[in-house]
Design a protein around this ligand. Structure first.
Ligand SMILES: [Zn+2]
Ligand SMILES: [Zn+2]
Length: 467
């Protein structure tokens, strides 16, 4: 049962404490009460800052007193912890604070004998309680290790006087390494062993991520993501967490695009999309596309993925006739792609700085609607902006002055595509591209094996791009 201990005077006179023990806290409570009921007046910022500094110092001093009491409680018989497994747990639950704050309080109190000068420094206002908590944790780590060379308070306290709490955290890590390299290395190894990433499927083919990375792993990921997560111009209003998520998808997509990932069971990893021709043409009434590992996806997403995707395999329709959607090559031939990248020099979206190697080919008029896969109808565009011109509804127009973007057409006003000849047989797309002349991946269960309509297609390193 939770034992509720309220911070009020009744507790000190009705909970078995001696009058001598209650007097000091009662006096403090009276002072705080008087302070709280004072007349409040607007103050200039300079005075506010001065008051806040003094208030913070008082809070820090009280934190130190709290820590001393926490250490005293830790020294009591565990019956005094009232059913909690440790004094930290008692502090956390009964004093209604966080685990970190409870550990800091207990640790600071416990390390009093190792930190006499630091306690004075806090009382003098030379350091804050955040510094003292780090000093205490460092002292505990070093003094509790059999392999350490011993804890020295003075040099670390000197750093605490100079540095912010954030920077002092690094000072403490350096001190721990200097005093105890073996334990430091052991902890870093433990962090690597504790790496984890949970990918939990959610409704609609979405994915929840939860994980933990060690310091180097985290720094590697952050370094890669930060460069991709910068705002793409002033009109980029995405929140930082959204930009980081976009960056993670872009990073993975680029790794797939580059073909640099190791093969799995003889195949290059790539997305697999299945769709009917009606979906590719954006016709009303057509079923959604199907993304392996992702489930049903919107037709417009199929069209984007198909904009620069090698069609590696052809499925048969219900009459087992080979699908024929006409002449369009979906993917630029290597020479066309080189010319395209040389001409556009990167993403064509105004203001975007993604280099050519981070772009995809986009058909200004989609190939499923008769657009040619040639230089006149193609532009290079980064993944984020490719999404904008498809799902986002932005219009990308080539003019004599260069590329121009127009704001999105509202979804309800977007027109379905012009009906085209042909039935609704399924088409299997590989996305991103499988540009290397590797053996085509084997089909998923229940799918007909690859069919090359002509010997020329069979030799085409881009796969059969004309069906
Ligand atoms: Zn496109
Ligand atoms: Zn771009």
């Amino acid at each position: 049962m939770r034992t509720s201990v309220r911070y009020n005077t009744d507790m000190y006179h009705g909970d078995g404490e001696t009058t001598a023990g209650a007097g000091d806290i009662a006096a403090l409570e009276s002072a705080v009460t008087l302070f709280r009921v004072r007349p409040r007046a607007a103050r200039p910022a300079a005075r506010l800052r001065g008051r806040m500094l003094r208030l913070r110092h008082l809070i820090d001093v009280l934190e130190l007193e709290f820590a001393r009491d926490a250490a005293s409680l830790a020294g009591c018989d565990e019956l005094e912890w009232q059913g909690h497994i440790s004094p930290i747990q008692w502090v956390k639950h009964e004093c209604r604070t966080t685990t970190t704050a409870a550990i800091d309080a207990c640790e600071v109190g416990a390390q009093a004998s190792h930190l006499p000068e630091s306690f004075h420094a806090l009382a003098d206002g030379a350091i804050g309680f955040g510094h003292l908590a780090l000093l205490a944790r460092t002292a505990e780590a070093i003094t509790s290790s059999e392999t350490s060379s011993g804890f020295e308070e003075a040099p670390l306290l000197a750093k605490a006087r100079q540095h912010s709490v954030g920077k002092f955290r690094h000072d403490c890590e350096h001190a721990r390494h200097a005093a105890d390299q073996r334990r430091f290395l052991t902890e870093q190894i433990d962090q690597v062993e504790a790496r984890t990433l949970e990918l939990k499927p959610a409704a609609g083919g979405a994915l929840f991520l939860r994980g933990f990375l060690d310091s180097e792993g985290g720094a590697t990921l952050r370094t890669a993501l930060e460069s991709l997560a910068r705002r793409a111009g002033q009109e980029d209003l995405r929140r930082r967490d959204r930009r980081l998520a976009d960056a993670l998808v872009e990073l993975a997509g680029h790794a797939l695009d580059s073909g640099a990932l190791p093969q799995s069971t003889g195949q290059r990893p790539h997305l697999q999309v299945t769709a009917t021709l009606d979906a590719l043409r954006g016709l009303d009434g057509s079923p959604a596309g199907e993304l392996e590992w992702g489930g049903p996806i919107a037709a417009e997403t199929v069209r984007r993925l198909g904009c620069d995707a090698t069609v590696a395999r052809v499925l048969f329709d219900t009459e087992s006739a080979i699908l024929d959607v006409g002449r369009a090559r979906r993917v630029p031939a290597p020479a066309t792609r080189r010319a395209l990248r040389a001409r556009d020099g990167g993403c064509v979206w105004p203001g975007c700085d993604r280099p050519a190697s981070w772009t995809q080919a986009h058909h200004l008029r989609h190939w499923a609607q008769g657009g040619a896969t040639d230089l006149d109808n193609l532009v290079t565009i980064c993944r984020g902006h490719h999404w904008k011109v498809h799902e986002g509804g932005w219009r990308l127009i080539r003019t004599d002055e260069g590329m121009v973007v127009l704001p999105p057409v509202p979804l309800e006003l977007r027109q379905p595509a012009t009906p085209a000849v042909g039935g609704p047989p399924p088409v299997l797309l590989d996305a991103p591209r499988n540009r290397a002349p590797d053996a085509p991946p084997s089909p998923p269960p229940g799918v007909q094996p690859p069919v090359a309509s002509t010997p020329a297609q069979a030799r085409d390193p881009d796969g059969p791009s004309t069906l």
